[in-house]
Design a binder for this molecule. Structure first.
Ligand code: MLT
Length: 238
């Protein structure tokens, strides 16, 4: 049986053994949705890097640079953290170096702890990802990026949606209260996820910055089939 654990914030990651697990990093608004979009739009890879300086170093090697802090694109970078920055051929055939406030930090943080795979989670590829996880059959850790080490609603909601979908497809063991809570939260919100999230802090933060279209895009359900995961240190189609 596949065990499913939810880590509600990166600050709690040290409490969970991720060794040999399929870890799904979740930053629904917007980093992991944008990574899935970039790969869907034909980017060869997305490298999650810690700092803007790390991203700029990779520009010399031909990478497109992408940087966001506190919801804003940083000046001097090719791209921000919007899925729309990856459209209209902008990233096709390119390698991208991306740094964001929370999402890319989680990818880096978990990569060194011996996971079987590190995958990028999004509503955009939810059903395909759930199917892939079931076929692979290993235990699953759903790592919510949250906001600066705090819990957030949108990542937890997605963790619940993914856990539900995996559970529908295969026998699972769910003894983790975080997973049970995330599934209940998804149950409360599934009728209208956008409406439910309007009260959340990051929804308000991004609305204030006029990123409503980004949120609408990121909350679309299962419109991509691509599975995106770490291969030799870069997020790629797997
Ligand atoms: C993050 O990594 O914290 C985010 O994706 C923030 C954002 O740009 O919405």
């Amino acid at each position: 049986m596949i065990n499913i654990e939810v880590v509600l914030s990166p600050a709690l990651l040290h409490l969970t053994n991720v060794k040999d697990c399929n870890v799904v990093v979740i930053d629904i608004l917007r980093a992991t949705s944008t990574i899935c979009t970039a790969i869907h739009e034909g980017a060869v890879s997305v490298k999650a890097v810690k700092t803007p300086a790390d991203a700029l170093k990779l520009k010399e090697l031909g990478y497109l640079t992408a940087a966001e802090r506190d919801g804003l694109k940083l000046p001097g970078f090719d791209l921000g953290n919007s899925p729309f920055d990856c459209m209209n051929g902008m990233v096709t055939g390119k390698h991208i170096a991306l740094t964001t406030t929370n999402g890319t930090k989680c990818i880096e943080a978990v990569a060194g702890s011996g996971p079987r795979n590190v995958l990028s989670g999004s509503f955009l590829n939810l059903e395909a990802l759930a199917g892939w996880l079931v076929n692979d059959g290993h235990d699953i850790v759903l790592l919510c990026a949250g906001w600066k080490d705090s819990f957030n609603l949108e990542d937890t909601l997605f963790a619940g949606a993914l856990a539900e979908s995996v559970k529908r497809k295969a026998p699972c063991r769910i003894d983790c209260d975080g997973t049970l809570m995330a599934m209940d939260l998804y149950g409360c919100a599934s009728g209208n996820i956008s409406k439910f999230l309007e009260k959340s802090s990051h929804y308000k933060r991004l609305s204030h910055l006029h990123h409503e279209e980004d949120m609408k895009f990121c909350l679309q359900h299962s419109v991509f089939e691509d599975i995106v995961g770490l291969v030799d240190g870069d997020m790629k189609k797997i």
